[in-house]
Write a protein that binds this ligand. Structure first.
Ligand code: DGT
Ligand code: CA
Ligand code: CA
Ligand code: ZN
Length: 580
């Protein structure tokens, strides 16, 4: 039972209450609980195993939520949820997720047309039966059809964070089975793709039968799709499919190479081998018409025998990595240890859940040298954005706090910063006199997503040309599997960013990963600097930096391309850049 499964039950309760037309406040509190749980990077299951008291004091989780979490962790379900489900067809929960529907309209569709599944909804919409219902129209109907086709296109790809949590839990579990040696996730997860179709675990062991038996008996398994002597496939609660394969020690490297993929990388590698008279398969590298085994115990041997250095999994997308490996020009990819600070962090002043002191403590524990406090500006009302008076006060508090740190002999600096909203017309949500006093100005868009490409690009470029910003945060606004990026001419934005010495953010929050890998590589080619930040709203979010690092690696990024790999002095110099 991972956090995502628990969160899903809370979201479902909120949706069910809304379908039933219940009290708004209660609905919101369940939805918030879902959000909080999903955002935790510590596993609730693990905290609970350490002792019930470890579930206390988690911000946003009150007494009754905690009781439900414990109920779910111990019984696998929640009575209240089950009761709400009675009398409501299960398909309704899917329907409320269709954009343009929502719980109220779902209830109406059910009452008036008996619609309780996605298929029935699609049919009703294409037969134009929905447009005549109160509060709906042709536009709603079109929206529903588009949303259903989008959903089908996403075909159940899971965000990497969800897949990684499961993979880690299964790997730990399998390692405990006596006789297991290697246990390694391969596939798209090992390549750190932002979404993952299924998890492919590879293992070597002395007792395959025990591994198969235990694997299908893992408490999170809801369905066993197949169980063989050396290969099994299961589905876990959140719907993720997990494959496991037991391999021969001798060919483990070849199998790891094969199942890590990507398919197109493997095809290119096999073609290369063929030209050299070799044959690569999941069982090894062979010569003499496939008769003689020549390599495959270690993954790097597979590359070595075709004349290449080992290629990091993140690069294996057939985007020029084999050619670069051949020429000896593979990038020296950025690593977690290269990061010296976080340039996008929220505190309680806006919508974070921890204080300046807490966030600083957590950043220092990571070994950072600096952190920019970037609370929202006033336009973001729901996030308690800061007006001029409040941000001035915050700057004062940060100055005092830095002085205190210095006195205590700490080599750490909190940067006075803001996540200033870029308004619809491209103007910034703090006056220049405020922006000029900040160490670091992070600018981003939080509303008016529906503009056309021209207008949106002009809006962002206007913000860049103000010379008041340092970093453009989550530059495309996408939320993985939830919201498409807004249309923006990234080529032009990057050219302007370069001209005005502005860094583009790679927002590491696993739902965003914005810029994505392809954009990172474009930035590098254009010589635009990146800031890899977490957008942390809690001390636990700081570790999301891992997702940013691996996404950057997929974009061929090296430490020198990223401003927050620099010591404080150099960062400050960079941040002074565009300001007049
Ligand atoms: P996913 O699960 O859709 O996110 O993506 P992958 O890359 O994990 O793909 P998956 O799970 O279908 O297969 C795992 C790896 O196995 C894949 O990356 C490469 C390898 N593989 C699978 N099918 C083929 C194939 O037909 N040819 C080759 N060369 N490799 C394959
Ligand atoms: Ca896979
Ligand atoms: Ca697979
Ligand atoms: Zn933020």
């Amino acid at each position: 039972m991972e956090n995502a499964d628990i969160a899903k039950i809370f979201y479902d309760i909120a949706d069910l209450l809304e379908i039933k037309g219940e009290d708004k406040f209660r609905i919101r509190s369940y939805r918030n609980a879902g959000l909080v749980i999903e955002g935790l990077s510590e596993s609730l299951k693990k905290l609970y195993e350490k002792g019930e008291e470890h579930l206390e004091g988690i911000p946003g989780i009150g007494v009754s939520t905690r009781a439900k979490i414990i109920e779910i962790l111990t019984t696998g379900k929640c009575k209240y949820h089950d009761e709400l489900l009675k009398g409501i067809p299960i398909g309704m929960l899917e329907i409320v997720k269709i954009s343009g529907v929502g719980p109220k309209k779902a209830a109406l569709l059910y009452k008036e047309l008996g619609v309780s599944t996605i298929e029935a909804l699609e049919k009703a919409a294409s037969e134009q039966k929905i447009r005549n219902l109160p509060g709906m129209g042709e536009v709603t109907e079109q929206k529903i059809l588009k949303s259903i086709s989008d959903m089908k296109a996403m075909e159940r790809k899971f965000k990497i964070a969800v897949a990684l949590n499961y993979a880690n839990s299964f790997v730990e579990y399998i390692k405990k089975i006596p006789g297991t040696v290697d246990v390694v996730p391969s596939g798209s997860l090992r390549r750190w793709k932002e979404t993952v179709g299924d998890i492919d675990i590879l293992t070597t062991c002395t007792d395959p039968q025990a591994v198969m038996d235990k694997f299908v008996a893992h408490p999170d398994v809801v369905e066993v799709l197949s169980k063989g002597e050396t290969k099994s496939t299961v589905v876990v609660k959140a719907g993720v499919q997990i494959d496991i394969r037991v391999l021969e020690k001798k060919s483990f490297g070849a199998a790891l190479q094969y199942f890590t993929g990507s398919k197109t990388h493997n095809i290119a590698l096999r073609d290369r081998a063929k030209r050299m008279g070799l044959k690569i398969s999941e069982y090894g590298v062979f010569k003499e018409e496939g008769k003689k085994w020549v390599a495959g115990t270690k993954e790097e041997d597979v590359y070595k025998i075709v004349g290449l250095p080992w290629i990091p999994p993140e690069l294996r997308e057939n985007r020029g990595e084999i050619e670069a490996a051949e020429k000896g020009t593979l990038p020296k990819l950025i690593e977690l240890d290269d990061i010296r600070g976080d340039l996008h962090v929220h505190t309680k002043e806006s919508d974070g859940t921890y204080t300046l002191e807490d966030m600083t403590e957590a950043a220092m524990q990571r070994g950072y040298e600096y952190m920019a406090v970037t609370d929202h500006s006033k336009a973001i009302g729901i996030a308690r954005g800061l007006d001029e008076q409040r941000i001035m006060a915050q700057m004062g508090a940060i100055d005092e706090f830095n002085a205190k740190l210095k006195k205590r002999g700490k080599k750490f600096r909190v940067l006075k910063a803001s996540e200033v909203d870029i308004r619809a017309d491209g103007s910034l949500d703090h006056p220049d006199r405020v922006l000029d006093k900040l160490d670091c100005v992070v600018a981003s868009i939080h509303s008016g997503f529906k503009m056309g490409m021209e207008e949106m690009t002009a809006r962002i470029i206007k913000a860049i040309q103000s010379r008041k910003i340092n970093i453009l945060a989550h530059p495309t606004g996408r939320l993985i599997n939830e919201r498409a990026p807004y249309p923006v001419d990234m080529d032009r934005v990057m050219d302007e960013a370069k001209k005005y010495n502005i860094a583009l953010e790679l927002n590491s929050y696993p739902d965003r990963l914005d810029l994505n890998d392809v954009h990172c590589r474009l930035a590098k080619e254009k010589g635009v600097k990146l800031a890899i930040s977490t957008d942390s709203h809690s001390i636990y979010h700081l570790e999301h930096i891992l997702y940013g690092i691996h996404t950057a690696r997929r974009g061929w990024i090296e430490a020198a391309d990223v401003i927050n790999t620099r010591p404080l002095k150099e960062v400050l110099k960079f941040l002074k850049g565009p300001k007049s």
